[in-house]
Design a protein around this ligand. Sequence first.
Ligand code: SF4
Length: 222
Amino acid sequence: MQQVVYSTASGNKYPIEINWNVISYSDIVYEPQKVMQLCKSGCRNYGKSGGCPPYAPRFEKANRDGRQYVLFIGKFYSKYKTAKVKSCKNRAIHWKFQDVILARFLDKIGRILVFLLEGNFWNTGYCMGCPGKKCSFKFNEPCRNPKKRTFSMEATGINVVETVKLCLGEKFYWYSKTNADIPYMMKAILISTTKTTNEINSIIEEVLNGLEPGLVEHNVYP
Ligand code: SF4
C-alpha cells in the first residue's frame, strides 16, 4: 500500500491509500447474471448512465489473448473526512463526500494510465465523461461524448468484491441503515495492456511520482 495526496480542483488535499496488482483474465471473477441482478435491484444508476447496465458491453467480449490487467484500488479513510462532514447527521453526506473524491481520483488516474498502458479502461461506478453535466442517457439521448465514455467494472459483469478480495486481499465497506460509519471507502478500476509487468509497474510509479503535476503531489503521505 502507498499513500498519495490528491489535490481536488478546488485545492483541497486528501490522503488516498492505493494499491494495485497485475493479474490475468482468469483471475477476474466474472458473474454477469448475479452482478446484473444486483445492479438492477440496488442501484439508482441502472438505465440512467451510459457507463452502467443495460448499456455496458459484457466483459467477456473484451478479453484478448496476451493481455494483462492492472487491478488498481483507492481507499479513502473515514478519519480524513472534514470536521463539517463528520458532524453531519445525514449519512448520505458522509457517503457522497468520500464517493465523489475517490471516484474523481480513480477516474483521473485511470484515464492517464489507459493512455500510457495503451489498453482498455473499466472505471468505477457511473460514467464521469461529461464533468458538470448530467449524462445524456438520463434524458434518453445517445452519448454526447463517446471518446470520454467509460464503463464500470461491475456494469460489464465483473464481481468486483470477489475479484478485489482474491487479487488484493481487500474488503469493501458500505454505509447502510445499520452501518452509520465505515473505516474507509474503497473503489477499484481495471486497465488492460500488452505491456510487461515491469513496464506496467514502472509506468504507474512514474505517474504517482508526479508526471502529471497537480494530480498527485507526492507519493508518500507524512
Ligand atoms: S460520456 Fe457523457 S453522455 Fe456519454 S455516457 Fe459518459 S456521462 Fe453519459
